[in-house]
Design a protein. Structure first.
Length: 564
């Protein structure tokens, strides 16, 4: 079969031919070096095996949108076009960008003749980023020294990689590039760095540009590595030991040279299968950052370990500050020895879908500021000692189960005076004490709160919640009740809540009492039983500035910035 006969089978055909060729090359005399090059080719092909199918899906999505618009125009449906014009344009724009990420939409342009005249931009200009956005040596020298170091750190990511803001900030914390100051937390310092890099055209946001916050970004197209290498030469910069990058599909970690004794950063760029030699960590006592897990924005990036025995050697990494096992399969239990990492700041086990048990007691991890356990659906309970981690600022995935499996309760977490972000999951075995969620009012520093339900029984929708006055953002996921009327106590409406996200669940109506919240940002997603009326939303939330509605009973997708 020719490669061009069926593009959906092109990669499979090529992989088959590669296998045949490798076998014949081996028969004529094995060459380890050349075989390694063929393995690189196989790895690349494996990564793109579904690319044509994904492109086809994105093409279909764009065509569906265009067909819908065509139908409105054919029917002269003025009302529908007027009401949905913003979301229509956004949908076309987003679908096109998925096919061609470099496509540029300049909404401020006035070059188009709205009477049907020609557009002055050529198609070539439209698909190229604006030249003035490519940054230069001069742009670099405008940056504060701390921002320069953070920018250098980002170059560990592949070219054109989409980077989640929170991942970048956590990495900077682990590398010691940012930290808490007298009047700012490390995360707020990280937010400032990203804002400055955006203003200086060093990075560009990756969403549609309409949302109020930047959650993902990438380094601006151009040749940033070339510019920074030039700067390195000009200033004779002596860089710290280069990070060890795990960038082939199947990696065995271990057998380090003497120079690796000073290694401070190991980063998994693209490895999917991780194996570890016995005592792999004994020569890495200076290691500060160990990013083994997934950094990519998509959960489609699969990572698994051959055995979880390697975790026992983590105790040798006495200087470790950042450990990410995010999204790694075949990790069933974290050993108790991990609690010996007394300098660890960030522990990220998010989306370790096989993880069932954590250490029994983690009270010795006094330096921990971030404990991220969300999307670990098989976790049976929480370890003892969480309430003693006095430096904890971010706690995600706190599971409410039985008293035996979760000895620490919400009332115990009140002792965490620095806690700013908290996500709580109500598990299938949850035993909720009377007044337990009312204790949230005592969390004096809490700004972001997420409550998710793993149970569909409506009785779990009748918990009584009093929100802390410092709360800014509330996210409710898979709420099992049909109304919030009996959920939020009067004291909840004294908070400064400005962002409300409701995702999934059985909600049928919004609570009129919510108008006491000064919500400016509202997202309603996957609420099949909720009928949404924009006028009602505006009445319920008079200060609303931004709304995103996706897959409710009467709305497929709307995203709007509102001006009053």
């Amino acid at each position: 079969m020719s490669i061009r006969t069926n593009k959906m089978k092109a990669v499979a055909v090529l992989m088959k031919q590669l296998t045949t060729a490798r076998r014949k090359f081996d028969e004529s005399g094995r060459d380890e070096s050349f075989d390694g090059e063929l393995e690189k080719l196989r790895s690349v092909l494996n990564k793109i095996k579904d690319v044509f199918m994904e492109v086809k899906k994105k093409e279909e999505k764009l065509l569906d949108t265009l067909a819908e618009v065509y139908d409105h125009l054919r029917r002269l449906n003025r009302r529908k076009l007027h009401e949905d014009m913003h979301s229509i344009c956004e949908s076309i724009r987003d679908s096109a960008l998925m096919l061609l990420p470099t496509l540029v939409f300049d909404d401020s342009s006035k070059d188009e003749d709205h009477k049907g005249g020609k557009i002055s931009h050529s198609s070539e200009e439209l698909v190229q980023p604006h030249h003035q956005n490519n940054w230069t040596v001069e742009d670099y020298y405008l940056l504060h020294d701390r921002f320069k170091r953070c920018l250098w750190s980002l170059l560990i990511f592949p070219v054109n990689a989409v980077i989640r803001k929170r991942n970048a900030i956590n990495l900077w914390i682990g590398e010691g590039l940012i930290g808490n100051t007298y009047n700012k937390t490390a995360e707020k310092e990280g937010e400032d760095v990203i804002d400055d890099l955006l203003k200086c055209n060093m990075i560009v946001r990756c969403d549609n540009g309409k949302g109020p916050f930047v959650n993902r970004f990438r380094i601006l197209p151009g040749d940033p590595r070339g510019v920074l290498n030039l700067i390195r030469d000009l200033e004779n910069i002596k860089s710290s030991p280069s990070p060890l990058q795990l960038d082939i599909k199947n990696v065995t970690v271990g057998r380090f040279d003497a120079k690796d004794h000073t290694l401070r950063n190991i980063f998994n760029i693209g490895a999917s299968y991780l194996n570890f030699r016995p005592q792999w960590a004994t020569e890495l006592r200076n290691l500060e950052v160990l990013q083994l897990g997934r950094w990519q924005d998509s959960a489609l990036h699969h990572i698994e370990v051959g055995s979880q025995e390697f975790l026992k050697d983590l105790r040798y990494l006495e200087e470790l500050k950042y450990l990410s096992l995010r999204g790694i399969s075949r990790i069933f239990e974290l050993p108790s020895s991990i609690a010996e990492l007394e300098k660890l700041l960030i522990l990220d086990v998010k989306a370790c879908h096989n993880l069932e048990r954590l250490p029994d007691d983690i009270s010795s991890m006094k330096s921990l500021t971030h404990l991220i356990m969300s999307e670990c659906w098989l976790l049976e309970g929480m370890p003892k000692g969480i309430e003693n981690l006095s430096n904890l600022e971010v706690l995600k995935g706190f599971l409410i189960s039985t008293p035996e499996k979760t000895p620490c309760r919400i009332s115990d977490l009140v002792n965490l005076r620095k806690l700013r972000r908290l996500s709580i999951r109500i598990g299938s075995e949850a035993q909720i004490r009377d007044g337990e969620f009312e204790n949230l009012k005592y969390f004096s520093a809490l700004e972001h709160l997420k409550i998710s339900w793993s149970v569909s029984d409506p009785k779990y929708g009748y918990i009584r919640v009093i929100l802390p006055p410092s709360l800014i953002k509330l996210h409710l996921e898979c709420f099992p009740g049909n109304s919030f009327v009996d959920c939020f106590m009067p004291g909840s409406y004294d908070s400064g809540l400005s962002e409300l996200n409701i995702t999934g669940g059985k909600l049928e109506s919004m609570n009129p009492s919510m108008l006491l919240w000064k919500v400016k940002i509202l997202r309603l997603k996957y609420l099949k039983q909720l009928h949404v009326n924009m006028d009602d939303l505006k009445a319920c939330f008079p200060g609303l500035k931004y709304v995103q509605i996706k897959q409710t009973s009467n709305v497929s997708y709307i995203e709007r910035e509102l001006n009053f």
